[in-house]
Design a protein around this ligand. Sequence first.
Ligand code: FAD
Length: 532
Amino acid sequence: MTASSRLDLRDRAKCFGALEARRFDVVVIGGGVTGAGIARDAALRGLSVALVEAQDFASGTSSRSSKMIHGGLRYLAQGHVKLVREAASERQVLRRIAPHLAQPQRYLIPAKSARSLAAMRAGLWLYEKLGNVPRDERHEVLDLVELGRREPAMRTDGLRGAAEYTEFLTDDARLVLANARSAQAAGATLASYAEADGLLLEGGRVAGVTVRSTLPGDERQARVLARLVVSAAGVWVDHVRALEAGQRDSRLTLSRGIHVVVARDRLPVRYTVVLPTRDGRMAFAVPHGRFTYVGTTDVFHDRADYWPAFERADVDYLLDAVQARLVAPPIADADIVALWSGIRPLVSEPGKKPGEVSRKDEIWTSPAGLVSIAGGKLSAYRAMAEHVVDLCVRRLGDATRPCTTATGPLVGGERVLGAGEVRRLCADADAARRLAALYGDEAPGISAGGGDVAAEARHAVLSEGALTLEDYWVRRSARAWFDERAGLDSLEPAAQAMAPLLGWNDAEIARQVAACRALERDSRRPLQKTGS
Ligand SMILES: Cc1cc2nc3c(=O)[nH]c(=O)nc-3n(C[C@H](O)[C@H](O)[C@H](O)COP(=O)(O)OP(=O)(O)OC[C@H]3O[C@@H](n4cnc5c(N)ncnc54)[C@H](O)[C@@H]3O)c2cc1C
C-alpha cells in the first residue's frame, strides 16, 4: 500500500477545508460505483476532481447488488446487444485491474426441453463472442446424468439438461472503495458524510455545490466551486436535479430487490444455480464461502431509501424458487443468517413491468449545465464512467491524458496472491480465502496486523475512510451479510478497535453498536409477519 492510496477521512476540518481550497474542474455528487468510477477516471486524466458522498461510500445501491459481474445474458434475449457487449467485455477488464474483485464462478441454467437447450447453446455462443471469453471458460451443455453428477443439489425432474457457463462475483462495496481510493491516489479530493444540498450558480450556469456534513454533531458546511458538476446520485438523481429551479420532473423508476443468506450446509450448491421463478423471471442461488445467498426480486418501490423496507412476500418468493429447483429441506426463518434489500435506479420507461425496464444508462444535461447520469449496471460501471468523463472533457475543452482506467490496477489489484501466500494468511482456510477475496494484495498487511476483526477495523479507519462502525460492518468487511449471526459478534471488538482512532468514549461505543444492532433487527422485521 502506498501512502497516497491510504484513505483517512478522520480530520473533518481538513476534509471540508480541502473542498473549499480551490475551484475544481469537476465535482462529482455521489460515491457509489458510478461516482467513484467517474472520479477515478477524471483524476487519472489530469482533471482536478472533488467527490462528495452524502453518507459512506457505497451506502446506496452499490452495496446491495447481487454482486455479479455479468454481461446480462437475459438482456440478450430482450435484444439489448450493445448493452450486453459492453458489460460482457467489461468482465475481462475488471479481472485485469482487480482480480480479487472478479472471482470466476460457474453458473448452471436448467433447461426443460431439447429446444431450449439448443436456444441456450446459440445464445451462449453469441454471448461469449461479444464478451471475448477465453476458450477454456466457454460454456458446456450437460445431459441429466452429468448435471446430477456436477450439481447434486439440483432437482432434475422435468429437466432435459443444463448449460454451464462462466461469470464473475465481486464484493460491490469494496469495488466502490477500490475506485474511491484509486481516485484519491490519482489526486481527487474525497469527502464522505458530505451531502450536496444546493447548487451554486454564476450567470445562470451551475458553478459548484454547497455541501453539509451529515455526521451527527458536526455542523460543518462548504462551498465547492467547480467548472462542471456531475450528479451520480443513483436513486437520488431526481432529488439532486430538483435542486435546480424548474427540474422537478422525474426521470427514474425505482425497483426493489432483496437477497436472503443461509449457511452453505443448509443450501449446499456448488455452482451459481439459476432458479426459474413463479412469474417467469430468474433468481440465483450463489455459493459464497460458508454461505449461500439467494436473490433477487424485482418490484416497484416508491421512494429512495438507504435501508429499503420489504415484505414477507419478497422472502417467500425467493424461498419458493429454491424449493422448486433445489433439493433442500424447507428453509425456516431461523435458518436465515441475513437479508439485504436495495433499489435499482432505472431510467423510466412508462408502461413496462420492473423486469422489462431496460438496464441501460442515460446522461442528461440540465438547462443550467448540471450533468446527471443514472441507470446501468455495476458490471459496466467503468465504461459508463469513461463516457461521462469523455463528455466532461469535451465540455471543458481542455487537453487531457487519455482514459487509462481499463489498464491501470485498482487498489488491492496490483498482483494476485499465490496459493501458498493465501494459505499463510490465516490458519483457517475459509478465513484465508475471505481475506484474499476482500483485500487482494493488501491481505498480507491485514494478516500481519493480527488478521482478526480488530485488524480489519483499524485498517478500515486508517486506510479505507471508515468513520462509523456500520462503515466497517456492512461495507468494509461484509460481515453484516456473510458471517455467523450476521456478524453481530464482531461489533463490540470492532468498535473497541476503532474507538481510540476515532475518539469514541464508552457511550459512543455503545451508541455505534446499538445502531448496527437496530439495523439488523429491522432487516428481520418482515419475517415476523406470518413467518414459517
Ligand atoms: C437488488 C439489486 C441487484 C443488483 N445486482 C446487480 C448485479 O449483480 N450486477 C450488476 O452489474 N448490477 C447489479 N445491480 C445494479 C447496480 O447495483 C447499480 O446499477 C449500481 O450499484 C448503481 O450505482 P450508482 O453509483 O449509480 O448508485 P448508488 O450506489 O446508489 O450511489 C449513489 C450515491 O449517491 C449518494 N448521494 C445521493 N444524494 C446525494 C447528495 N445530495 N450528495 C452527495 N451524495 C449523494 C448516495 O448516498 C449514494 O451513495 C443490482 C441492483 C439491485 C438493486
